[in-house]
Design a protein around this ligand. Structure first.
Ligand SMILES: [Fe+2]
Ligand SMILES: [Fe+2]
Length: 219
């Protein structure tokens, strides 16, 4: 489809978001099940209810626009959800998995934040103030969720996952796979602080270094 107007681009991005949100409503119950920390389970459950509202808000906008929400698959969200599922399949230790689930969920939130920020701005530019307001409400909830996940990660979940590192340290050299999983989970919570990484700098396992290097300083 050739896009000739901002309105067409707007509808196309709304379809992408609707597809993303419907995929998230199916993925979140799996995150609830996989999480161990009760606060994290609750956060995922709360966001599932919010996500159902996000789908409804988008459908309201489609109705106003006299367009269908269908017809586009959000492959970006499909990939992000797949990454989360792969993490669960690896069966990491419970606290480490929680840290990884936060990272996976924050990737999803940031994708949504980017999309909603764009459509909100385009709606304003086109004079669709009511739609812009609805999109802003969703955007606010995505941002709140992202902040809540960071708080949970920083206040307890990353701390608990790092304690696993302490307990496992004496045997890490013969268990490189475990070390690599820990590396992948280190930055969950999108904290800019590298304190917990410094604590691990004596780790010489190559897989662990490789797994963490691509993720450090992200977000
Ligand atoms: Fe959402
Ligand atoms: Fe979300």
């Amino acid at each position: 489809m050739e896009m000739e107007s901002l309105r067409e681009l707007y509808v196309d991005e709304l379809k992408d978001l609707w597809s993303a949100e419907t995929q998230i409503t199916k993925a979140l119950p799996k995150l609830v099940k996989a999480a161990s920390n009760p606060k994290l389970k609750k956060a995922f459950n709360t966001h599932l209810k919010q996500t159902e509202r996000h789908v409804k808000r988008l459908e309201r906008i489609f109705k106003e626009l006299d367009e269908s929400p269908r017809g586009k698959k959000c492959v970006g969200m499909e990939g992000l959800i797949k990454e989360g599922q792969e993490l669960i399949k690896e069966k990491p230790e419970a606290d480490v998995l929680d840290a990884g689930l936060i990272a996976a969920a924050q990737h999803v939130e940031h994708y949504e934040i980017a999309g909603y920020g764009c459509v909100r701005t385009w709606a304003r530019q086109m004079g669709e103030d009511r739609q812009a307001e609805l999109l802003q409400e969703t955007l606010d909830e995505e941002e709140q969720t992202d902040r809540l996940l960071t708080e949970l990660a920083e206040s307890e979940i990353n701390v608990e996952a790092a304690e696993e590192d302490e307990e496992e340290r004496p045997v890490t050299r013969s268990r490189s796979k475990q070390a690599s999983k820990r590396g992948a989970s280190r930055n969950g919570g999108s904290s800019d602080e590298d304190e917990d990484m410094e604590a691990d700098e004596d780790e010489t396992d190559e897989e662990a270094v490789g797994a963490s290097s691509g993720r450090s300083g992200m977000m």
